[in-house]
Design a binder for this molecule. Structure first.
Ligand code: F2R
Ligand code: MG
Ligand code: MG
Length: 314
């Protein structure tokens, strides 16, 4: 793939996460909304401020850059440092509890197991995964391993880890494809279906296939899910992309209009669409108002440079 195109896809996935998060944020926890209402709300804001989804994605990228790859101990410390400086980003209840345990001496890969029953299956480790999806897009075994290990820091339930791995895999598939007019949503979906092992995800991806082309948004939200659980939101983000593969804007507006966990579903849908279409597909009306845009774009660029350097050394 041409150097500039791949660079734009790295940036597209990270900026796509942040823009999706910011556009969906005002609607989180509510019922379904019209795309026009979401569009108007974004247009009415001077700044598109992001939430925990993007804050944690930034932490993942910072750690990958600093360590030139995955280091769980380091990543957990970056998460804690970032949380301590901006705890008001709207974090779910799990991660701050895990951070407290790690601060008190619990090992980074053991703390999360003490939450809920067998760890969290919230979507918190999938919503932040874009840097792993782009950095390991050319080594899918490593991608799966790192997605699961990074999830272990805060979301150690099998369904949490599989959600993070599935979202990373969707991003990697998207980054590896040239955008084409006749994008084959069913082929893309079939690859994801082969990738997942948990029955809960197989079932949800089968519903994604059955509902492709469905006009009734309420049916999509009910049948595939719009909740905070990874299995009720990662497949929904995938559906949002697969039903609008040629447009970042339509993908994100659709995802944010489903109600429920709108910031996170739109963040994950934006990450896949941005990885496929590149950063220039993100409408300027949103990109220009994104909080910390310059930093996020610079981070994506540095991550790309680290990936390139590592590739040359191999
Ligand atoms: N926190 C929010 N939104 C709430 C309000 C935000 C408000 N606008 C504000 O600004 O304050 N959103 C963010 O949280 C979600 C990600 O959450 P995460 O990181 O996965 O948290 P957690 O606690 O690990 O899991 C979330 C819930 O899932 C259920 N759950 C998880 N594992 C479970 C298990 N094993 N058994 C039973 N339930 C389990 C629990 O209800 C958890 O609280 C994103 O939406 C992000 O945007
Ligand atoms: Mg959020
Ligand atoms: Mg959310």
């Amino acid at each position: 793939m041409v150097e500039g195109v791949l660079r734009a896809k790295f940036s597209g996935s990270m900026v796509g996460t942040a823009v999706g998060d910011a556009v969906g944020a005002g609607f989180e926890g509510r019922g379904a909304a019209d795309s026009e209402a979401i569009e108007a709300a974004a247009a009415g804001r001077e700044l598109l401020a992001y939430t925990d989804d993007t804050h944690m994605m930034i932490g993942m990228a910072e750690s990958l850059v600093h360590r030139e790859g995955f280091d769980g101990e380091h990543m957990s410390r970056v998460f804690i440092r970032n949380y301590d400086s901006e705890p008001w980003r709207g974090y779910g209840p799990g991660p701050p509890s895990v951070f407290r345990m790690i601060r008190s001496g619990e090992p980074w890969d053991k703390a999360a197991g003490k939450l809920y029953h067998g760890g969290s299956y919230g979507n918190g480790s999938a919503m932040r995964i874009a840097p792993v999806g782009v950095f390991y897009h050319d080594d899918l075994d490593m991608l799966k391993e790192v997605a699961r290990r990074s999830s272990q820091i805060t979301h150690s339930h099998e369904l949490g880890k599989e959600g993070a791995a599935l979202q990373a895999y969707a991003i990697a598939l998207a980054i590896n494809m040239e955008p084409v007019k006749d994008f084959d949503s069913r082929k893309f979906l079939a690859e994801l279906y082969e990738f997942v092992q948990q029955e809960a995800y197989k079932r949800k991806l089968a519903r994604v296939g059955a509902l492709l082309g469905e006009a009734d948004k309420a049916k999509v939200a009910t049948d595939i899910g719009n909740g905070v659980e990874a299995f009720n939101s990662v497949p929904t983000a995938i559906y949002s992309f697969l039903s609008h593969p040629h447009s970042f804007e339509e993908t994100v507006l659709f995802a944010a209009s489903l109600g429920g966990d709108t910031d996170t579903i739109a963040a994950m849908a934006g990450a896949i669409a941005g990885a496929y279409l590149g950063v220039d597909s993100v409408p300027d009306k949103w990109r220009s108002k994104l909080e910390n845009r310059a930093y996020i774009e610079e981070l994506a660029d540095v991550l790309y440079d680290v990936w390139t350097r590592k590739k040359r050394i191999k």
